[in-house]
Design a protein. Structure first.
Length: 219
């Protein structure tokens, strides 16, 4: 689920420099203008209605991942229930699935499959690697690559896959990216009940995701 702030100089006296009285007057005038500006800004803030900016601290908060995640239990078939629009699934009009297989190396093979709008099947196979998070053993943070291994050195070859929410029975998962541009709701069952879908998406909203743009996967 997308793996992110004067020095002092000494001068010789200058005969043409402004007098102390002139400087004092300039500072006084500047101070008065500053006070007027501050008062005006405060008045505008007081009159302005509350808006989305009020939630900005939450929106900017770094996303946290589930920990620990047992990749052996996480492996298997998942059905996509909803997603934020993305170019990878632009042509997917039917069911979308992801099948994860834990490899002996500790990596995870990823096989994504979808039914296109024209009825044809599209499939992509990739590899996912766990990303270590200090102080969080088994953190649900992975990076995924669908390009061939000989292109793995490219900066954009890897994408973030963050497990943001996972129930104890490993039946429902929210997967996203730290920039909040990608989000998937996955479940073990082909069709998740509406109440659970709404609960999961509302939780994603509290994390700062624009869930009003979510696309429901076709079934």
């Amino acid at each position: 689920m997308r793996n992110s702030l004067p020095s002092a100089a000494t001068h010789a006296p200058n005969p043409s420099a402004p007098s102390a009285g002139t400087l004092a007057a300039a500072f006084a005038l500047g101070g008065a203008l500053t006070l007027l500006t501050l008062h005006g800004a405060r008045a505008l803030r007081a009159a302005a209605p509350a808006g989305p900016a009020d939630g900005a601290p939450l929106m900017r908060a770094p996303l946290q991942v589930v920990a620990p995640v047992d990749l052996r239990r996480y492996a298997g078939l998942w059905h996509e229930q909803a997603r934020l629009p993305n170019r990878f699934e632009k042509s997917c009009g039917g069911p979308v699935t992801a099948h994860y297989t834990l490899l002996p190396t500790g990596e995870v093979q990823v096989r994504n499959r979808c039914v296109r709008e024209d009825g044809r099947i599209a499939e992509a196979t990739g590899i996912a690697q766990p990303v270590r998070v200090p102080g969080m053993p088994g953190a649900g943070r992975l990076k995924v690559r669908f390009l061939p291994s000989w292109l793995s050195w490219l900066p954009n070859a890897w994408g973030d896959y963050w497990i943001l929410k996972l129930d104890r029975d490993y039946q429902v998962a929210l997967v996203g990216t730290p920039d909040r541009q990608y989000l998937w709701l996955l479940s073990r069952t082909p069709q998740l009940d509406e109440a659970t879908i709404s609960t999961e998406l509302e939780y994603a909203r509290t994390l700062g995701f624009d869930v009003d743009r979510m696309v429901r996967s076709g079934h």
